[in-house]
Write a protein that binds this ligand. Structure first.
Ligand SMILES: *Cc1c(COP(=O)(O)O)cnc(C)c1O
Length: 219
């Protein structure tokens, strides 16, 4: 069962320039199909095995987004059919994705996940790691670096969340400005979840990743 009313409200509130990724992790195929019938085509998952199963079962025109921590030994499970990997959080992972993509003769769309929260537990690259990857981007010939992703601190303090998103947007703009040769491709900023997507959109998000508002709480 999906929350039709909330989904309608969400679609009304989102500017047409912002893409909605419905985060369907832990949710059954039937729920995804309900959202699909509603018109949604972008779905996000955070476990490779689950994503690979759902990819096989569900309609071929779904664009699958991988949004969780990806271990290098799981790349094979998703690389063929994933539309966008949001969560590249190390150069080692990027290199491993590139190698696997090279073997298959494909190009993989990736976002670089940047650490913006003040919590220790969150994943992501720091600024030095990000700039290092961008400086060496020629090495990743089978990767299309499409932009950045970030997760704000898990807090009710929306001012702090806003400051974190603003910082990521600033970084995003700086990368585009300093690397005009990639700015055609480097145009996605994935930020915002159920609790903070409005703040994220105010700060220039182009993709929001929303789960519980659409599918209900994950128990
Ligand atoms: C689960 C998850 C979401 C969706 O969270 P909700 O609060 O349910 O909207 C978004 N992004 C990532 C990376 C997630 O793991």
């Amino acid at each position: 069962m999906i929350n039709n009313k909330e989904l309608e409200k969400l679609l009304e509130n989102l500017p047409s320039t912002v893409r909605l990724v419905a985060v369907s992790k832990f949710k059954p195929d039937e729920s995804i199909m309900e959202a699909y019938k509603f018109g949604l085509r972008d779905f996000g998952e955070n476990r490779p095995q689950e994503l690979s199963k759902k990819m096989e079962q569900l309609p071929g025109d779904i664009k699958w987004h991988f949004i969780g921590h990806l271990q290098t030994n799981k790349i094979k499970l998703i690389i063929d059919k994933v539309h966008l990997i949001h969560s590249v959080d190390s150069e080692k992972l990027l290199l491993a994705i590139n190698n696997e993509a090279q073997k298959r003769g494909i190009t993989v769309n990736c976002l670089l996940q940047v650490y913006i929260a003040t919590e220790e537990s969150k994943q992501g690259l720091d600024r030095d790691e990000l700039f290092g990857i961008l400086a060496r981007r020629e090495q990743f010939s089978n990767i299309r670096i499409c932009g950045l992703m970030g997760m704000a601190s898990f807090t009710n303090d929306l001012e702090r969340v806003g400051a974190e998103f603003a910082g990521l947007k600033e970084l995003f703009d700086m990368v585009r400005k300093e690397n005009p040769s990639i700015s055609d491709v480097f145009c996605e900023l994935s930020m915002g979840m159920s609790g903070d997507y409005k703040v994220a959109v105010q700060h220039g998000s182009t993709i929001v990743r929303i789960g519980s508002t659409i599918f209900g709480d994950r128990t």
